[in-house]
Design a binder for this molecule. Structure first.
Ligand code: OAD
Length: 252
């Protein structure tokens, strides 16, 4: 493992455009269960019934039961060693952008600035009927939160059947096309179009470093270095190795 960490650190040091694609696995050590693991959100709630835009339109009150469950867990969560390590790498000039599928805000709380929220975020709520937007905090005492027009509000996260925010989609495509190194952390890479990012990067000759507790379908196909373990421990080890190699501040 030490050799693999050393190789990964060297790749990052020698890259002038490094991205991270993150998924729910990076927040598991913060106490937020992932989606597809044992005890994951989709073992409790069927995504077709709770996470599609059709389901929300048909029965928003039911979908809010899941959203409230998630919100309670997410609002108590704090960034872990993986979020903090990525924040540090950005400050040192070694990580240029994070593309996250998560909507938990933990990258920003962990010190990262350049975060592309591919599946939106839960800081705001919108009315699908009249278009009015609200801050989630302003509606925290209401369940389910309602618009002044009387309809139930939807958080600005991407539900199945909804488009990816256009700016996140085009920026991610552009960055993946020119990245030299892509860190893929804590994602099963089963959900499209986010899972096209590793392929696009690889086709454009990026090195792919995958960090996951388990192997994924990427591991034997496009991953160059597979670092098996928890995101917190592995990210911390890579950051320490970069520092040990004298990687103070990287000139960009
Ligand atoms: P998944 O639940 O599909 O995958 C989580 C991945 O993290 C798995 O590969 C786990 O092995 C890994 N993992 C779990 N704990 C870990 C840890 N401590 N350290 C490292 N890896 C760990 O979650 P995502 O890939 O993020 O979308 O799912 C993608 C999308 O599917 C989500 O954004 C969400 C969901 O449906 C929407 O709701 C639109």
């Amino acid at each position: 493992m030490d050799k693999l960490i050393a190789r990964a650190a060297e790749m990052v040091i020698n890259s002038n455009l490094t991205l991270a694609l993150t998924g729910a696995g990076i927040s598991v050590e913060s106490g937020i269960p992932d989606f597809r693991g044992a005890g994951g959100l989709w073992s409790k709630y069927d995504p077709a019934e709770y996470a599609s835009i059709e389901a929300f339109r048909a029965d928003p009150e039911k979908v809010w039961q899941m959203l409230r469950d998630m919100d309670e867990i997410v609002s108590a969560a704090k960034p872990n060693k993986a979020h903090i390590g990525l924040g540090e790498l950005e400050k040192m000039g070694y990580l240029h952008y994070i593309i996250t599928q998560n909507v938990d805000n933990l990258h920003q709380e962990g010190g990262s600035r350049n975060v592309i929220e591919y599946h939106g975020n839960s800081n705001t709520l919108s009315c699908l009927w009249c278009g009015k937007k609200y801050k989630s905090d302003a509606k925290r005492s209401e369940f389910p939160p309602r618009c002044e027009c009387g309809k139930i509000l939807k958080p600005d996260v991407v539900f199945f059947g909804e488009p990816i925010p256009p700016e996140a989609l085009s920026r991610s495509f552009q960055l993946a096309s020119s990245a030299k190194v892509l860190l893929v952390i804590g994602t099963s890479a089963l959900v499209s179009p986010a899972n096209t990012i590793p392929t696009i990067a690889k086709q454009n000759h990026a090195k792919v470093i995958e960090i996951n507790m388990e192997r994924t379908h990427l591991t034997n196909s496009i991953t160059d270095i597979f670092l098996q373990g928890s995101a917190g421990e592995i990210v911390e080890a890579v950051v320490q190795e970069i520092k040990r190699r004298g990687g103070g501040n990287h000139l960009m």
